[in-house]
Design a protein around this ligand. Structure first.
Ligand code: PEP
Length: 254
């Protein structure tokens, strides 16, 4: 991803069925396979990865999962490893989504191990970072986000971010209908890049920093037009194919 093009990732959360996915994927394939420059990815629940691979293989659209196990194999009932995701042609793996770190108490250490595993298996991690409303109101959002990034930097070095995606997702904006303002998104995406590139003392090649949290076709343009925002992680806006297509086309026109 060594380019200036935008990237839009859909997070389909725990929705869908084989029948609805078939229709959904068919529409996306028809409308998004000829975008000029935007990278598009769709992150499915695990059972639908085979279906995503069968429908999307050979198209411009990438697919992936919403989580991954920390270990590569072993007695970990219910887990799915990075090599299994690779086996199903996954390109993207969401790591550290707040709906998981809150509900399943995922630590920054766990998230860092998963991030490394995804990179080692040749896939692109989409690392979610962001603060709660209380943390924002206390003015400590930069400290919170830098703490999330530091665990990866301290364990593996800043170069691990090469060709990866970081989604700045303020927790208060996810599922809320209250997206961050362009000023807020710009400030945090700039901060994230400066923090990592500062630790590296140089630019990180291919690092995309995107925004997520109530992105829709009404607010996508004002967020994506920012040079510091390389695209979006889209939850509810990816559940309706027409809406997701609109969002991706907006990204492609910039
Ligand atoms: C998400 O699930 O990552 C997300 C950003 O959700 P929504 O777009 O629905 O706020």
């Amino acid at each position: 991803m060594n380019d200036n093009n935008k990237i839009v990732i859909g997070n389909l959360k725990m929705y869908g069925s084989r029948a609805s996915n078939q229709e959904h994927l068919g529409l996306l394939k028809k409308d998004l396979n000829n975008l000029k420059k935007t990278h598009v990815g769709l992150c499915f629940p695990y059972p639908y990865l085979f279906q995503a691979q069968s429908v999307l293989e050979g198209t411009q659209l990438g697919w992936g999962s919403q989580n991954v196990a920390k270990s590569d194999n072993g007695p970990f009932t219910g887990e799915v490893s990075a090599s299994m995701l690779q086996d199903f042609g996954c390109k993207y793996v969401i790591v550290g989504h707040s709906e998981r770190s809150t509900a399943y108490c995922e630590s920054n250490e766990n998230i860092a191990t998963k991030f490394k595993g995804v990179v080692d298996h040749g896939m692109t991690p989409v690392l979610c970072v962001g603060e709660t409303l209380i943390e924002r109101e206390a003015g400590i959002m930069e400290r919170v986000v830098s703490g999330q990034l530091e665990t990866i930097i301290n364990n593996y070095g800043p170069q691990l971010f090469k060709n990866t995606v970081i989604a700045y997702e303020p927790i208060w904006a996810i599922g809320s209908d209250l997206a961050a303002s362009p000023e807020q998104a710009n400030a945090m995406c700039t901060f994230i890049r400066e923090f990592i590139e500062g630790a590296n003392n140089a630019k990180i090649e291919g690092l995309k920093i995107i925004y997520g949290g109530s992105v829709n076709s009404e607010n996508a343009l004002q967020l994506f037009v920012l040079e510091t925002v390389d695209g979006g992680l889209v939850g509810r806006g990816s559940l309706k194919p027409e809406e997701f297509i609109k969002i991706c086309k907006i990204a492609d026109q910039i």
